[in-house]
Design a protein around this ligand. Structure first.
Ligand code: 2AM
Ligand code: CA
Length: 265
């Protein structure tokens, strides 16, 4: 029997809202002493871990044959065909500091292709989702990327490098260029949310390097289904596992990518 992705997507949205409710409650009583340091500027707490356990437990029931690629490594099960790519809390630094932008990101990969994506931004209770063959949606309403066709009419979003400082100069030069040739730049601190906001036309484009598959898999798929375009810095397809991503509306994308290529040779 073939998988009903529409039903599965609804179930994943419901699950994300449930776990999002847990994260919101935990935020109210959160204490800095619960924070553990995974690496330089890399934080985690029981909230990330417990959320991931809840998500994995439920997804195992929804699709028993699937494996997992999950940030907190709750399960190392590998699926032959299907694998979930999960970030239980994207924007952990925001969460820790009480800054309201953090999300759950869940994607389903069939072989090498993403076929379902859900990004649930917890503070505004906004659920962005899409599945293979569908449009993209935000809380039940169809969304699409913006129509702006020039970089000079665009608002961009990015993330600052937090390791791999070898490319910091290129990053800063590109940042200066965009500062002078766009409406401006924002830095939300949650890549999944950045991508979801590109999908619904709030931002024209997003770019960042050093991201992990679980930060981008769901959001990138939603951008695609919303009519947008995504590549790595070379303009190629390796943006989920390749640690470089450029995503934008289709109209301004060529100009956007050319600017990225100008600085990241
Ligand atoms: P995370 O909160 O799940 O770790 C912000 O630019 C993006 O980078 C977020 O999606 C964030 O995901 C990711 N990221 C990973 N490690 C980070 C770090 N140490 N500092 C800031 N962002 C980090
Ligand atoms: Ca995370």
């Amino acid at each position: 029997m073939s998988l009903n992705l529409q039903t599965l997507c609804q179930e994943v949205c419901t699950l994300s809202k449930q776990v999002g409710g847990f994260i919101k409650t935990e935020r109210k009583k959160f204490h800095l002493k619960s924070v553990e340091v995974k690496g330089k500027n890399d934080f985690v707490s029981y909230v990330d871990k417990t959320s991931e356990q809840k998500i994995v437990q439920q997804l195992e029931i929804l699709l028993p044959e699937a494996g997992f690629i999950a940030e907190e490594a709750t399960s190392n099960k590998k699926g032959e065909v299907y694998n979930w790519i999960i970030d239980p809390l994207d924007g952990t630094t925001n969460f820790i500091h009480g800054v309201p932008c953090f999300a759950i990101s869940i994607a389903l990969m069939r072989n090498d292709e993403i076929v379902l994506g859900v990004v649930y931004e917890i503070n505004f209770e906004e659920c962005f989702y899409a599945y293979e063959g569908s449009k993209a949606y935000l809380n039940g309403k169809e969304i699409s990327v913006s129509k702006a066709d020039r970089l000079k009419d665009s608002l961009l979003v990015t993330g600052f490098p937090y390791y791999d400082y070898d490319r910091l100069n290129e990053y800063m030069e590109l940042f200066k260029y965009f500062m002078q040739h766009t409406h401006g730049l924002r830095r939300l601190g949650s890549a999944a949310t950045d991508l979801a906001y590109v999908a619904c036309g709030r931002f024209e484009g997003f770019y960042e390097y050093s991201l992990q598959p679980w930060d981008v898999a769901a959001g990138a798929f939603i951008v695609k289904q919303a009519g947008g375009k995504i590549t790595d810095f070379k303009g190629e397809e390796n943006y989920i596992f390749g640690k470089e991503i450029v995503a934008g509306n289709t109209n301004m994308f060529p100009e956007f990518l050319d600017a990225v290529k100008l600085f990241f040779k």
